[in-house]
Design a protein around this ligand. Structure first.
Ligand code: ANZ
Ligand code: ZN
Length: 850
């Protein structure tokens, strides 16, 4: 009997699918539609194993949906603008476009080798004018609708590289490349009015039932709705020159107002500016606050610093009380009103600040009986009743909030307000490799949209990266154009769009990509929303929020009748791998050793395979080049084949969890492929289809497994589906020849097909089945066959009972083992510890020793 030859099968079936255009999605099909999408990759060079896991999951679902009778859209493309291409250009003197397109060619070939059921006819690349030109058209639509505006805003400025840095390029306050101290600078930039949709984006989360709760919560926190009180502090005494006699603060804790011991304003607050004009020491402090990153996170982690202005304000609830006014580095200008009252008893930042500047700390909320317990190192943020608060004493926190808001509104010094943490989306980037913003600046007419007829505004090819700054800005001719209104010399906008704009609508362009406009609204709405979106949790906030905003904005301006772009979302875990290292003899520093160069010697020690020198094993970590624990998918494709690699990506670990790469795991997957193949070959000579015995054991098992695998894939629990297929294979290997076994093998091949499609096609052909298995209808479980003889098997970890499961009587050891390892409770009980031994007593018990 011949072994399954993965190379030949991959070649044969990939060509057959291509020739038949099997995975081409038909817009006008009458079938129900299913849109399955994985987050499109950045073409960084080569496909990595995380991509393989992500795309395999989507592929299994897409293939099953297709077999179930859906018209499936499963596209692929490239998120191909962005900084790495510019960095490559700077480092190696190659054009970003050449670098990017070469990477795409490599990665496309890699993805094709994996046999994904993709509609390649819809492939798109965001760095090509046919895509970004349509994006420019959409930008102009949003501009015309008033959803785009320009304002001065602070950026991270690297004074050495003379460039604006993204927040993530600022490391400990310094430019990641130059190491120079980053400054805050003001630049005129383009913004999208995402805050107009804050309430809507928040409410929409409530409809996204097929999203992970944690992602919805992250979005909710990012939008950050707070309800509170905005009120006015009056300055006591003479008003400084150039300043108003009062300023507003925003608080979410009006109940704690009697605990106020100071007021604080941001360094950029108008009052601080007015004071700085006549006070050089204060001006220097303001400058100091401006250095360092601009993100809220940067500011949160900085040391609390303040400057006493010498001014004081009058407490609104007690006219006899005065509070000192500080300028503080932890108060942000663009949140609330840029000013606060500090209540050290109940806010940790305020407490740190009060201790540093020796300000009073009063407790105004306490659990019953603790009214006089002093606040120590920690602000009290728990529940309780108000105390030391005059007429508020004895009220709950909520009652106190309502009471103070009521008093402020009645007396006219404040009002209840809603604030959002979400800021408008700044989309200007001072870089070359992005979508040019289609605007022309004229000295007389201002900023004007580029006339539609001149779209796309293409990037010039003849640029250089040998000097710092934006190449578009220093290009000799590109930016010089005539004003579209008055015809006088004017200049193009040289900023390009944030790459998150590119990924905010690519899923719409996949659904419909006419040449003369961004999309056809009728065709796009037939496919959208994406039924199942799959990607990394690192995109849980920004990408998903921007895409949700963009879709809503299009709906708002009447271009597309879809509110939420992604009905279902799944965030998959990472692929991890053990690290290994040795130490440099002189410095004792860690030197990482490539994991694929580590083996065990006869004594059981871990050694470097080539030198035979001892190495230490490090932790199991996310694969990264720097730690040398990367697995190259191409290498694995060559050795084990696409199906084994795909199978392993789905086995061993629940998809939302990390998957630890192991040689044993991929070996096991490759052996499984051969087992399925042997079953098919054995059966190939068997009897033709006939009416099977209704009490055939194999048939009953098959139908139970069809029901289970279908629901497992529906819920994306691929590891469970894999375990069930192990169970089926084991049973079929022992089953006597006959119609039942034949039906079992055919059903097995159909269910294996989404996961190991080349093997399945080859087996299908060998079994003499008509057509290709990818076109066969998904098997349906016959309810009459689902009642079966089962036993309950106890699962123990280190001898302690952790779970139990129903299994077919007489199931073999390896199937019981696989089933037990796939169970949620067991996964949790194991907590990723390596298993030392597995004891199986058939029909009774599994004990996992860790
Ligand atoms: C007094 C107070 C007392 C506060 C207390 C909290 C606890 P969220 O919930 O995130 O909206 N705040 C307001 N504006 C600020 C700004 N521009 N920069 C820094 N902090 C600011 O946060 C609202 C709270 O953050 C507000 O409520 C204010 O401090 C502070 F026991 O006011 B609170
Ligand atoms: Zn003009």
């Amino acid at each position: 009997m011949a072994r399954f030859d993965h190379e030949a099968a991959e070649r044969r079936w990939q060509k057959a699918w291509d020739d038949a255009e099997s995975f081409r999605a038909n817009d006008s099909s009458a079938k129900p539609k299913a849109y399955v999408l994985e987050m499109f990759p950045y073409p960084s060079g080569r496909v990595h194993i995380g991509h393989v896991r992500n795309y395999t999951m989507g592929d299994v679902l897409a293939r099953m949906r297709r077999a179930q009778g859906f018209e499936v859209l499963h596209p692929m493309g490239w998120d191909s603008f962005g900084m790495p291409a510019e960095n490559a250009a700077m480092e190696r003197g190659i054009h970003p476009g050449g670098w990017t397109r070469a990477n795409i060619a490599t990665m496309r070939a890699q993805l094709k080798r994996l046999g994904f059921a993709l509609d390649w006819s819809r492939e798109l690349s965001t760095c090509e004018p046919d895509y970004y030109g349509q994006e420019q058209a959409l930008f102009l639509d949003l501009l015309a609708a008033g959803l785009v505006y320009r304002k001065e805003s602070a950026v991270n400025w690297d004074p050495v590289d003379m460039t604006v840095l993204a927040n993530e390029q600022v490391i400990d306050g310094r430019g990641w490349r130059s190491g120079a101290l980053v400054e805050r600078r003001k630049l005129s930039q383009w913004f999208l009015r995402i805050t107009d949709f804050a309430e809507d984006l928040l409410a929409g989360l409530g409809t996204l039932n097929a999203w992970p709760d944690k992602v919805r919560l992250m979005q909710e926190n990012w939008i950050g709705k707070s309800q509170g009180l905005q009120f006015t502090f009056q300055l006591d005494g003479t008003v400084p020159q150039g300043a108003a006699g009062h300023f507003d603060v925003f608080t979410t804790r009006p109940d704690t107002l009697f605990g106020a011991s100071f007021a604080a304003i941001a360094a950029d607050h108008p009052l601080a500016q007015a004071l700085a004009a006549n006070n050089p020491v204060l001006a220097a402090f303001v400058e100091e606050c401006r250095a360092g990153g601009t993100s809220a996170a940067d500011i949160e982690t900085q040391d609390k610093k303040g400057f006493d202005t010498g001014l004081s304000v009058i407490h609104p609830l007690d006219q006899t009380v005065r509070l000192p006014v500080f300028i503080a580095n932890f108060v942000l200008m663009d949140y609330g009103t840029g000013a606060i009252f500090g209540c050290p008893g109940h806010d940790q930042r305020d407490l740190d600040f009060a201790r540093k500047y020796q300000l009073p700390v009063t407790r105004v909320v306490a659990p019953a009986g603790e009214e006089n317990a002093a606040i120590q190192d920690e602000a009290y943020v728990g529940p309780g009743l108000l105390c030391h608060s005059a007429w508020l004493d004895g009220m709950t926190v909520d009652a106190g909030k309502a009471a103070v808001i009521g008093r402020a509104e009645a007396d006219g010094w404040g009002k209840g307000v809603t604030q959002f943490r979400l800021r408008d989306w700044g989309v200007s980037r001072q870089r070359y490799w992005g979508t040019p913003i289609p605007v022309i600046h004229c000295n007389d007419c201002g900023a004007l949209p580029v006339p539609r007829a001149s779209l796309p505004i293409m990037l010039p090819e003849d640029v250089t990266f040998d000097v710092p700054g934006n190449p578009l800005d220093r290009h000799p001719t590109w930016k010089h154009v005539d004003c579209p209104s008055c015809g006088k010399p004017a200049r193009r906008e040289t900023d390009t769009l944030d790459t998150f704009v590119n990924s905010s609508w690519y899923f719409i362009r996949f659904a419909s990509a006419p040449g003369d406009r961004p999309f056809d609204p009728v065709v796009a709405a037939q496919w959208l929303p994406v039924g199942q979106y799959i990607g990394g949790v690192e995109h849980a906030i920004l990408h998903l929020l921007y895409a949700r905003f963009w879709t809503r904005a299009l709906q708002h301006i009447g271009m597309l009748d879809v509110a939420e772009p992604f009905a279902g979302l799944f965030t998959q875990g990472m692929v991890t791998q053990r690290t290994a290292f040795k130490r440099n003899k002189k410095t004792n520093n860690i030197v990482w050793v490539a994991t694929n160069n580590v083996s065990s010697n006869n004594a059981g020690w871990s050694v470097e395979s080539d030198t035979k020198r001892r190495v230490s094993l490090g932790r199991v970590e996310k694969m990264s080049k720097s730690k040398k624990n990367v697995i190259d998918p191409d290498d694995m494709l060559g050795r084990y084949g696409a199906d084994a690699l795909r199978w392993f990506m789905l086995s061993d670990s629940p998809p939302e969890r990390d998957l630890a790469w192991s040689e044993a795991g991929i070996d096991g997957a490759a052996r499984f492929i051969q087992r399925v193949w042997r079953l098919a070959e054995t059966e190939a000579g068997g009897p033709a289809d006939s009416q099977p015995d209704s009490d055939d054991k194999a048939l009953r098992l098959l139908h139970r497994i069809i029901a289970a695998v279908t629901s497992d894939i529906d819920r994306l629990q691929f590891n469970k589906a894999v375990a069930r297929l192990y169970e089926l294979v084991s049973a079929l290997e022992r089953a006597p020849a006959g119609a039942g076994r034949r039906a079992g093998v055919i059903g097995l091949v159909q269910m294996v097909a989404p996961m190991a499609p080349h093997l399945a096609e080859e087996a299908w052909a060998t079994l003499g089945q008509p057509g290709m298995v990818c076109d066969a209808t998904w098997p349906l479980a016959d309810p009459a066959l689902l009642i079966e003889d089962t036993v309950t098997i106890a699962i123990q970890v280190n001898g302690k009972l952790k779970d139990s499961m129903e299994a077919a009587k007489g199931m073999d050891k390896s199937a019981i083992e696989a089933m037990a390892l796939g169970r949620d409770k067991v996964v949790r009980a194991l907590a990723a510890q390596p298993i030392r031994k597995i004891i199986v007593v058939p029909d009774r018990l599994v004990n996992l020793v860790v």
